[in-house]
Write a protein that binds this ligand. Structure first.
Ligand code: NIG
Ligand code: FE
Length: 400
């Protein structure tokens, strides 16, 4: 039985409502799972031959979870940033063939090897910020072959042992040029041909859609997600990012694990999400890049007890970022999240947003996905602009 013991440090367990701080704490990992997380002076009997790590006063937290990324893509859209700064709206750039459509062209043209090596760099950058689990969406292929290739690349990156990866088929990120004026025909094809193949070959764990004027309307979104649900996929939704399209309510009514973005989420949607237990995944990077005039309604999420997660939304257009601690800072500065909310948003609530109940806290029985930090207190991560790299991560008890 392999056993690893961390002692002489501080733990932020995330159990309960807050950080769950245990000073002078210790953590015991047995066969990849947490066996004990608590005060050092109450350590259980250890196995002979266990391995010990002296934390020397550092902090151990759950490995961070980035619950929303578009990590696999090709191309460069920095000129769109310059155009947006000059006053051209995102929707107008998209209507002119930029935005998602442009990344679709460039991703289709890229080899799987190139997609993989670019995405690997981003994944390693995320891991340096303490991330041990990453959700990766497709959605920049919007055809059968490229969507499958992107999901396959994501799966293979997950096998490399730097972070666990969970994959999401974002086949309704918009409509591809070959189905320009036939959105329903595209959905028919996706639902009858592409999605069943993706499910059969275990390429995706979940499905997602972009419910917005520039992408899918509510009826199309419902059709796509209902088909995914019928095939056994978990659900997420890009909801109410640029306008209130009732996305939060729609996600809740379908039993989605999360509704994401939510700048224009209505009170009724927040209420429905609270009832259904749908997590609000906040994406301050996209909010910031698009300079949205309205922030997500955090007060309603608190009032209706909607759990909040915080993610990077790493993508080439609206959130080119691979630093989750920086997103915690921005969720605090731009959205008013507290220290407890931001930390729970990248650990426990992020796990919930992904339907992964085996991680996100330092609690006996859970996977030993861990991050080690040399900050003075977990709030330092919120107060700084992404300057902290973690000292080390462990995946199921294995040092990365
Ligand atoms: O989450 N909102 C839709 N999709 C992505 C990225 C869009 C893009 O590539 O412009 C997002 O922000
Ligand atoms: Fe996104």
């Amino acid at each position: 039985m392999s056993q690893l013991v961390f002692r002489n440090g501080n733990l932020a367990t995330m159990s309960g409502e807050g950080l769950g701080v245990i000073e002078q704490g210790a953590l015991v990992v047995t066969n990849g799972k947490i066996e004990y997380a608590g005060p050092e002076n109450a350590l259980p009997q250890l196995n002979p031959g266990h391995q010990e790590i002296d934390l020397k006063g550092s902090w151990l937290t759950p490995g961070l979870i980035d619950a929303h990324t578009h990590l696999v893509y090709a191309g460069n859209r920095s000129d769109e940033h310059i155009r947006r700064r000059a006053g051209v709206p995102y929707a107008e750039i998209a209507a002119q063939g930029g935005g998602i459509r442009r990344t679709v062209r460039e991703t289709r043209a890229a080899t799987s090897d190139d997609l993989k090596s670019d995405a690997r760099k981003r994944l390693k950058q995320l891991a340096r910020g303490g991330v041990t689990t990453i959700e990766i969406k497709s959605g920049y292929g919007l055809d059968g072959a490229t969507e499958r290739r992107c999901l396959q690349v994501a799966r293979e990156l997950g096998d490399e042992g730097v972070a666990s990866v969970t994959t999401t088929y974002l086949g309704a990120h918009g409509f591809p040029p070959e189905f320009q004026d036939q959105p329903e025909a595209y959905l028919d094809w996706v639902i009858t041909e592409v999605m069943p193949g993706i499910v059969r070959d275990h390429l995706a764990d979940a499905a997602d859609a972009f419910c917005e004027r520039v992408a899918c309307n509510a009826g199309q979104t419902r059709r796509y997600l209902q088909a995914a649900k019928d095939l056994g996929l978990k659900l997420h939704l890009h909801a109410d990012q640029l306008t209130d399209g009732g996305g939060g309510e729609l996600a809740a009514s379908l039993g989605a694990l999360s509704a994401d973005h939510l700048e224009y989420c209505s009170e009724a949607s927040a209420q429905a999400m609270g009832k259904a237990g749908t997590v609000a995944t906040l994406l301050p990077g996209a909010y910031y890049c698009l300079q949205e005039p309205q922030a997500p309604p955090v007060q309603w999420f608190r009032e209706y007890r909607v759990p909040m997660a915080v993610a990077t939304d790493c993508n080439p257009g609206t959130s080119p970022v691979t630093n989750l601690p920086l997103m915690m800072h921005m969720a605090s500065t731009l959205f008013g999240l507290t220290v407890d909310e931001a930390w729970q948003g990248v650990t426990k609530n992020a796990a919930r947003a992904l339907g992964m109940n085996d991680r996100g806290e330092l609690r006996p029985g859970l996977r030993a996905d861990l991050a080690l930090w040399d900050f003075d207190h977990p709030q330092d991560l919120l107060a700084s602009l992404g300057i902290y790299e973690c000292q080390g991560t462990w995946l199921a008890g294995q040092a990365v």
